[in-house]
Design a protein. Structure first.
Length: 235
């Protein structure tokens, strides 16, 4: 841990592989470790999944960008919930391939496309045309400077009607101190094992980054026990 904090790199990750961040290696982890990762990830998101999906589909979007599509679960459920929606999953190559396999298994390959991206590259780009850009438990995987770059990239692709929906478990939005402590302790995991420089953020920090990126929050929605959904548009 001291080395990770000092160097800003996940020094513990070498126990699993030679990647610079764990996200590059998710698709290559052995099945037992990979299952543990996704079980942990879904533990937080599954409880609000149905509620969040209803809010998204209620806006009747035609084209959704799913940023950090993970296993493709959200894209698949969107397609099941609306016959009109098409999806673009944006993720690292290895994880994107796994998501698209799951999409095909569910019969939605004609309505879901994939785009490979490395958000840590010098000039990442996403296309225009989204009615809604979706990020769930995604931005906490990056440092503040990296989050700002991601949000500004999204702003460049948005028009005045495009919504960007950010769903996170903010440390300062927890009802109980124990929940806040657990989220803050999770930041140590991000430091040592994930990428060395990200953490679970407060809503205050996220709102500041949203503003700096050229966005404004139009809705602030509480989901379940732990989550907040921030609906953003271009200023």
């Amino acid at each position: 841990m001291p080395d990770s904090i000092k160097n800003g790199k996940p020094e513990g990750l070498k126990e699993l592989g030679s990647w610079s961040t764990i996200y590059e290696g998710l698709s290559q982890l052995n099945p037992e470790i990979q299952k543990a990762w996704f079980d942990f990830d879904h533990h937080y998101s599954d409880d609000i999944f149905e509620e969040a999906l209803k809010l998204v589909i209620a806006t009747k979007p035609k084209h959704i960008f799913d940023i950090g599509g993970n296993t493709g679960k959200f894209a698949i459920q969107c397609c099941k919930s609306s016959e009109d929606v098409t999806m673009r999953i944006v993720d690292l190559p290895g994880q994107l391939n796994k998501a698209l396999v799951n999409v095909k298994k569910n019969g939605f390959e004609k309505r879901v496309v994939g785009q490979e991206i490395d958000w840590l590259s010098e000039n990442p780009k996403i296309p225009t045309g989204a009615d809604l850009i979706w990020m769930c438990q995604f931005l906490d995987c990056f440092s503040e400077d990296e989050i700002l770059k991601i949000l500004r990239t999204c702003v460049e692709s948005m028009d005045d009607s495009t919504e960007l929906r950010i769903t996170e478990t903010f440390t300062d939005r927890q009802k109980f101190d124990n929940a806040k402590f657990i989220l803050e302790a999770t930041s140590l995991y991000f430091t040592v094992l994930a990428n060395g420089n990200s953490k679970m953020y407060s809503s205050e920090v996220m709102n500041r980054l949203i503003d700096e990126a050229g966005l404004k929050v139009t809705e602030d929605i509480s989901l379940g026990e732990y989550h907040t959904m921030l609906v953003c548009k271009k200023k």
